[in-house]
Design a protein around this ligand. Structure first.
Ligand SMILES: Nc1ncnc2c1ncn2[C@@H]1O[C@H](COP(=O)(O)OP(=O)(O)OP(=O)(O)O)[C@@H](O)[C@H]1O
Ligand SMILES: [Mg+2]
Length: 326
């Protein structure tokens, strides 16, 4: 099993097969300090009209597809997903009770773990066995349920490391053109812009260790955006975040979608899920048991059963199962 922080080995080798990463707009590039965007109509409104609300259903424009993906740990089958198809440009939630296999599935999708069986493709190209740092260079990044910011480095240095793949990919060209220094300053400018956007400018020189859990979540998301992703996977981005910051995080996630970035996120808070998701995929005991719009999923008896039928006796109002996820 591959483990580790993407920032530990951010030396990307140029991948000649890498597709051009198409960004609707550079995340964070929407003007200085572009923050939560109010009153912007959902750019993908209507996209899911007519999409079959059943597991594995085709989507109009798929960015990520997983087929027959299985991961076993000894005798336990943690993930056994027949088919999942993720729509480009949408906010898709991956939900399910504790231990359903959400994080394991994220690990398999993002090259942090290898499935025992199955295929995953990004933009129509197989990414089986492709390492996480190469996937970042191809536009897919993720954040972790337990944050991975490097405690003994400053916030700014954490951010600069987040661009490592990008810089590595272009290293040969930049040396040839002698533009290394220019690129360095562009990376720093992007880091400053993202810190501004996440209201963290005043913390740039602080050690990451001094940040609160919620601030570290923000840092991790900001750092992931340094790679200019077209698809970002967030594993419980709101867990442990102060309620005052949750609203701002939600605004950032919606702003990403409005800029054309595809978002796949794991979350337990039902209010957050229902409020922000364009589409929801429900995992239980490793398999997809339901898909649909928030309305379709919330009235699906299989989903209600999966949540109420867990050992610990049912979900609380926010859908959690009495567990502290941090
Ligand atoms: N490295 C591992 N070794 C053995 N078992 C594992 C490993 N990782 C996960 N599991 C098991 O696989 C199952 C799925 O775990 P996973 O962490 O993916 O669930 P999850 O849906 O993310 O849960 P949560 O909502 O609590 O984060 C659980 O039974 C877990 O104990
Ligand atoms: Mg998890």
């Amino acid at each position: 099993m591959k483990t580790g922080d993407p920032s530990e080995k951010d030396v990307a080798i140029e991948d000649p097969n890498a597709p051009e990463v198409v960004l609707g707009a550079t995340a964070g590039g929407g003007g200085a300090g572009a923050a939560a965007q109010e009153d912007i109509p959902n750019p993908i409104a209507g996209t899911f009209d007519g999409v079959d609300p059943t597991p594995g259903s085709p989507k109009p424009d798929e960015i990520l597809v997983a087929k027959n993906v299985v991961r076993r740990f000894g005798g336990l089958t943690a993930v056994d997903v027949d088919e999942v198809r993720i729509q480009r440009g949408a906010i898709t939630a991956l939900i399910g009770p504790n231990g359903a296999g959400k994080t394991t599935f994220f690990n398999l999708l993002t090259g942090f773990d290898d499935p025992d069986e199955g295929d995953v493709s990004l933009n129509g190209n197989s990414i089986n066995g492709v390492a996480s740092h190469k996937l970042a260079a191809r536009g897919m990044v993720r954040t972790f349920q337990l944050t991975k910011s490097l405690a003994k480095m400053s916030v700014m240095d954490n951010m600069l490391l987040g661009a490592g793949d990008q810089r590595g990919e272009k290293l040969s060209f930049s040396l040839l053109r002698g533009s290394w220094r220019k690129q360095e300053s562009e990376v720093r400018a992007r880091a400053e812009e993202l810190l501004e956007r996440f209201s963290m400018t005043h913390m740039a020189d602080e050690y990451a260790a001094t940040l609160s859990g919620g601030q570290r979540k923000l840092l991790e998301m900001a750092r992931a955006l340094m790679a200019k992703p077209s698809l970002i996977l967030l594993d419980e981005p709101m867990a442990g975040v102060n309620p005052a910051l949750v609203q701002s995080l939600l605004g950032h996630v919606e702003a990403l979608r409005d800029e054309g970035v595809s978002v796949l996120f794991v979350e337990h808070d039902m209010d957050v899920i229902m409020g922000i998701s364009d589409w929801i995929v429900v995992l239980a005991e490793g398999s997809v048991i339901a898909e649909g719009t928030p309305d379709q999923v919330s009235s699906n008896p299989r989903v209600i059963d999966a949540y109420l039928g867990t050992e610990d006796g049912g979900a609380s109002s926010d859908g959690r199962q009495g567990r502290d996820s941090e």
